[in-house]
Design a protein around this ligand. Structure first.
Ligand SMILES: C[S@@+](CC[C@H](N)C(=O)[O-])C[C@H]1O[C@@H](n2cnc3c(N)ncnc32)[C@H](O)[C@@H]1O
Length: 224
């Protein structure tokens, strides 16, 4: 059997080597200057929180160190990202729990568990939302919130999809060769319909435009 290559092997590697500190702030966008910060999650003191597609777990580490959650589960399917997170922030247990798993499987195994589930360009971007969002809804406690940032448009500026169809995005194999991965880049109203179909309510989608050649971002929020 051939193992699936890890398309996230290179992500965040330079920063991990040069800037291992727990970030001082929580940003939903890639330019770090626009949009709300941690307040978009609501008050997470004492809350059980999940980061879906945590990568090196910088956001989760920030929450664990600065915002007194009961626990943050930083979930990532990539062996390389999970290993990076363990190297950077493995010492932040028990408040930060680093989980090597696919988000769908993890959420399915943890119904009625989370007060807040969030993602920063994480699992909702790279997983069929018709599968992921219903599992996220079931994994929330009643009244719990799902919040995530995602692309408002394609990297080249083309508009997002008006239907639930995935696209191919460039990626790199661990040996540096080019590959592709599947990414969902959807309009705000498409996300809203998907969240409602998943059984979530109070759906809001805010758009933060691209700044200085950066990427336009949607901040999507809903509650159970
Ligand atoms: C663009 S990175 C973002 C990482 C992190 N949220 C950040 O802002 O630095 C996307 C991450 O999502 C993870 N991911 C994608 N789909 C996933 C899934 N279904 N379950 C768990 N992790 C997933 C990838 O392994 C990758 O680490």
């Amino acid at each position: 059997m051939t193992a699936t290559p890890d398309l996230w092997h290179h992500y965040g590697r330079n920063r991990a080597a040069n800037d291992p500190d727990v970030p001082a702030a929580f940003s939903w966008t890639r330019d770090q200057h626009t949009g709300p910060g941690v307040e978009a999650l609501g008050d997470i003191a004492g809350a059980v929180v999940a980061d879906l597609g945590a990568g090196p777990a910088r956001h989760a580490a920030h929450l664990a160190v600065r915002h007194q959650p009961a626990r943050v589960d930083a979930i990532d399917a990539s062996p390389a990202q999970h290993a990076m997170a363990c190297g950077l922030y493995g010492g932040l247990t028990p408040r930060l729990h680093l989980v090597h798993a696919g988000a769908v499987d993890h959420l399915r195994a943890h119904p009625d568990t989370y007060d807040v589930a969030y993602a920063v360009f994480g699992a909702p971007d790279f997983t069929d939302p018709r599968v992921l969002l219903p599992e996220a809804a079931r994994a929330l406690r009643p009244g719990g919130r799902l919040v995530f940032s995602t692309l408002a448009h394609y990297r080249g500026g083309s508009p997002a999809e008006i239907d639930v169809i995935p696209s191919s995005a460039p990626a790199k194999l661990p040996d540096g060769r080019a590959a592709t991965l599947t990414r969902w880049v959807l309009r705000a109203y498409v996300w809203a319909k998907l969240l409602e179909a998943a059984g979530l309510a109070d759906v809001t989608v805010e758009e933060f435009p691209a700044v200085g050649g950066g990427l336009g971002t949607l901040l999507v929020s809903a509650s159970r």
